[in-house]
Design a protein around this ligand. Structure first.
Ligand code: GDP
Length: 533
């Protein structure tokens, strides 16, 4: 990595670890996040994150939907220091009706922790998020959770990860027992067993005691059966998993595998310590044809998420920035590259489990939130020095579609404004049929909940009652190729549309009709994400 005298803050950047936890709902993401904060000293007693979430639900009416469904549709960033590292956890919505936000948040992460429920194995949402990480080539850690309950056999889980995701794992540790007899983990590198003890249901850190595998005292503590099983497992492991290979890990081809229970804190600390050692510091990012190194002295950042109405009292809009290079200072003047003008970053915010703090300084790898008077879009670059433009953030194929109309003809202007702003924010995608006849816009969303959010926000923020008519499509593909003629698809089962930038898109009823069309049109290219501008 580049280290020059011009970057006196290189050590600040190198100690940063910015990551997201990816999982299927209920695998324990909130619990693990909270336990990481507990070990990081950011909270004293576990339970606070949930309590804050609950308190927020009680005091905030910024989105009734949240309350009605009792779920969180926002994401935030949490920062803490541990062992000399500055850790940024990007929180993503946990609900099954997750949105594009979840995907986009991964654009701001340098690594991901894939959390798997030991009883359920690899679940659908894990698979989707895994593929986004894979596409970006970011390193993926695997944490198998809920070992305090009976789950699948650990070797079977390893096999499942490989079969379903096509990724090999390297167990860094191995569980000793499971369910009521889950006693600890065997650290393969150190060659010892870490035995856990916790008497307050995971509210405080677990106490740990280490023991060599051949230590007769270990057999006494865990019992002879478990001891023998552990010895057999250790031998099997040498052939079942892959050997540790740092380069394969960095490319996202090999995942270090950990076991534990976020609920009881067992295995959280061993995981955190390996994570900080192995997780990459802020990565360079492509701007045009050159890589911008995080240690370049100039400040640069991109907008990966825009969130409106985080505070109901102010109806504000916050743009979340990931800093790519250099150092940020409150009040600094930067170029807004797309608009070709200067903006002053005067009220930067950092979010700690929904509580805001003003940021005085931040470094490459950090996330900050800016008040957005409507000048930012997802993918915008901000920088000092020579103007650069980071690669845009792709739009992902929606899985739900609906035609949208509004009731009151007088509200046409408001409708347009709302539609423009909400699509700009990335809350929803908009398409238009190419076949004449029905000019009403078609909305596409990755998660169905986004339709409710759209309807709610159109009414509350723009005063427009909208009607959504669901459409029977499940997949979209951006189509490229000289010979493409949308009219060939008119009147078929599939719908030829254009997106808001005029690019051609085909909507399919299901995967098999998509595969059929792809087979029949070898001269065309079909993309699952919109080509970035
Ligand atoms: P999220 O939807 O992924 O954020 O999951 P939560 O952290 O909210 O956890 C979902 C449920 O699983 C909650 O009832 C948790 O108490 C429970 N849970 C989380 N981690 C563990 C664990 O290690 N063991 C057990 N038994 N339950 C857990």
């Amino acid at each position: 990595m580049l280290a020059t005298d011009a970057t006196p803050f290189a050590s600040e950047i190198r100690r940063r670890r910015t990551f997201a936890i990816i999982s299927h709902p209920d695998a324990g993401k909130t619990t693990l996040t909270e336990k990481l904060l507990l070990y990081g000293g950011a909270i004293r007693l576990a339970g606070s994150v949930k309590a804050r979430r609950a308190a927020r639900h009680a005091t905030s009416d910024w989105m009734e939907i949240e309350k009605q469904r009792g779920i969180s549709v926002t994401s935030s960033v949490m920062q803490f220091e541990y062992d000399g590292c500055m850790v940024n956890i990007l929180d993503t919505p946990g609900h099954q009706d997750f949105s594009e936000d979840t995907y986009r948040t991964l654009e701001a992460a340098d690594s991901a922790v894939m959390l798997i429920d030991a009883a359920k194995g690899v679940e659908p949402q894990t698979i989707k998020l895994f593929h986004v990480c894979k596409m970006r080539g970011i390193p993926i850690f695997t944490f198998v959770n809920k070992l305090d309950r009976e789950g699948k056999d650990p070797f079977a889980l390893m096999q499942e990860i490989e079969d379903v995701l096509g990724m090999r794992t390297c167990p860094m540790n191995w569980p000793v027992g499971m369910g009521a007899s889950f006693k600890g983990v065997f650290d393969r590198q150190k060659g010892h067993v870490e035995l856990f003890d916790n008497r307050d249901h995971g509210q405080t850190k677990a106490r740990t005691q280490t023991s060599g595998v051949d230590d007769p005292a270990l057999a006494d503590i865990i019992g002879p059966d478990l001891h023998q099983k552990l010895q057999e497992d250790i031998e099997l492991l040498d052939v079942a998993g892959d050997p540790w290979d740092f380069d394969r890990f960095r490319r996202g081809d090999l995942s270090p595998l950990f076991w534990g229970s976020a609920l009881t804190n067992f295995g959280v600390q061993p995981f955190l310590e390996y994570f900080l050692k192995l997780a990459p510091s802020p990565a360079p990012r492509l701007a045009g044809d050159r890589l911008v190194d995080p240690e370049e002295p100039r400040f640069s950042a991109f907008v990966f998420k825009i969130q409106a109405n985080m505070n109901p009292a102010h109806r504000d809009r916050i743009a979340f920035l990931r800093i790519v290079s250099g150092r940020f200072e409150r009040g600094m003047e930067v170029q807004h590259v797309r608009l070709g003008k200067k903006v002053r970053l005067s009220q930067p915010q950092q979010f700690m489990a929904q509580e805001r703090q003003i940021v005085e300084e931040a470094y490459a790898g950090d996330i900050i939130g800016l008040f957005d008077p409507g000048v930012f879009r997802i993918g915008d670059t901000l920088c000092t020095g020579e103007a650069i433009q980071f690669e845009g953030i792709p739009s992902f194929s929606p899985e739900h579609f609906a035609r949208v109309r509004f009731k009151d003809a007088m509200k046409s202007k408001h409708f347009r404004k709302g539609l423009d702003e909400l699509t700009e924010e990335g809350a929803i995608q908009v398409f238009y049929a190419t076949q004449p006849g029905n000019p009403d816009p078609i909305l596409g969303a990755v998660g169905e909940l986004q339709f409710d959010v759209f309807q709610y926000r159109m009414k509350n923020e723009y005063g427009v009652d909208v009607i959504l008519d669901r459409l029977p499509y499940e997949v979209a593909r951006w189509v490229e190729g000289e010979g493409y003629q949308p009219r060939r698809f008119w009147g078929t089962d599939n719908l030829a549309v254009t997106d808001r930038d005029g690019r051609n898109v085909l909507l399919f009823r299901n995967e098999s009709s998509m595969r059929y069309v792809i087979q029949q049109n070898e001269n065309l290219t079909f993309r699952a994400t919109a080509p970035v501008k």
